[in-house]
Design a protein around this ligand. Structure first.
Ligand code: ZN
Length: 292
């Protein structure tokens, strides 16, 4: 592996040319033939210029596994599994709360109506008491007839008011039942929401802890691998699995089966050659399991 000067700009165009050349070899994995030529992906197995011990190459699989664990944990942290349902419940609670407000309005109107009917009944009752007293006291026949007729009409009026009150009371009962049901549904929505929020919070905490552990483990694993190999892996891992185990003629990074020609080329490579998958470009790690 060519170690590049960190400040290429200081070295002028030649160094930049070398950098492009190394990039082609290192990242794309072509056989070094010059800065602009190089074989393309999808046809051949590429053997890069990087040399690395089989042990280090195998350790890349741990690195790839940890990276995928970190990605999963980050994804779980960003959107815990309960988030969608919690959002749904919030919308449901909003709708139910509006519904409850309407039901409470209806119930209150009916209660007010009962109050008005009862006030009317009180007026009728007072009038009946007064008329009855007057009837008992009067000796005027004409006045007595008038009072009796009024008492009869007051009795009808009271009976009508009582019928009306009964009908409104039935409506009030229904309205109250609807209010109770809506309140119950809101309470259940709240309870489920609280439970899921707590579960979501726990899931985020677990994912955060898992990401932290995996990140620590990754640093430890990376520290045990040659720097240039880790650097190559990191560059590749931006666009593919970074590294994959070759088993049953299949790349563990992209799960594509390699052609016979590609496998023959892989077999020709030395143990410490870093071989790239012709399909996805990740480092093809060869072990006893590879069955080459
Ligand atoms: Zn692959």
């Amino acid at each position: 592996m060519v170690v590049l000067h960190p400040r290429l700009d200081d070295l002028g165009p030649l160094a930049q040319l070398v950098e492009r050349h190394v990039y082609t070899v290192d990242v794309v994995g072509s056989i070094p033939a010059g800065p602009t030529t190089g074989r393309r992906f999808g046809r051949v197995t590429y053997v890069g210029r990087v040399k690395a011990s089989p042990r280090d190459q195998r350790a890349l699989l741990d690195l790839a596994e940890l990276d995928s664990r970190i990605r999963r944990a980050e994804a779980a942290r960003a959107s815990p599994p309960h988030a969608a349902r919690v959002k749904e419940l919030l919308a449901e609670r909003q709708a139910r709360t509006q519904e409850l407000a309407a039901l409470l309005g209806t119930r209150d109107d009916l209660q007010a109506e009962i109050g008005r009917i009862e006030a009317d009944v009180a007026v009728v009752d007072a009038r009946r008491v007064r008329d009855t007293e007057r009837l008992a006291a009067t000796s005027n026949v004409k006045e007595a007839q008038g009072l009796e007729s009024e008492l009869a009409s007051l009795a009808r009026r009271k009976s009508d008011l009582e019928d009306a009150e009964l009908a409104v009371m039935e409506q009030l009962e229904d309205a109250q039942a609807a209010v109770t049901a809506a309140e119950g549904m809101i309470a259940r929505t709240n309870a489920e929401g609280a439970e899921l929020s707590a579960a979501g919070k726990a899931a985020v905490e677990a994912a955060t802890a898992d990401a932290a552990t995996a990140t620590r483990d990754r640093a430890a694993v990376a520290a045990g691998i040659a720097d240039d190999l880790v650097a190559q892996y990191d560059r590749l891992a931006i666009r593919n699995a970074g590294a994959g185990l070759l088993t049953r003629n299949t790349c563990g990074g992209c799960h594509m089966v390699l052609s016979g020609t590609d496998l023959a080329e892989v077999r020709r490579a030395a143990d410490d050659d870093v071989v790239l998958c012709p399909e996805c470009g990740c480092i093809l790690v060869r072990t006893e399991e590879s069955g080459l």
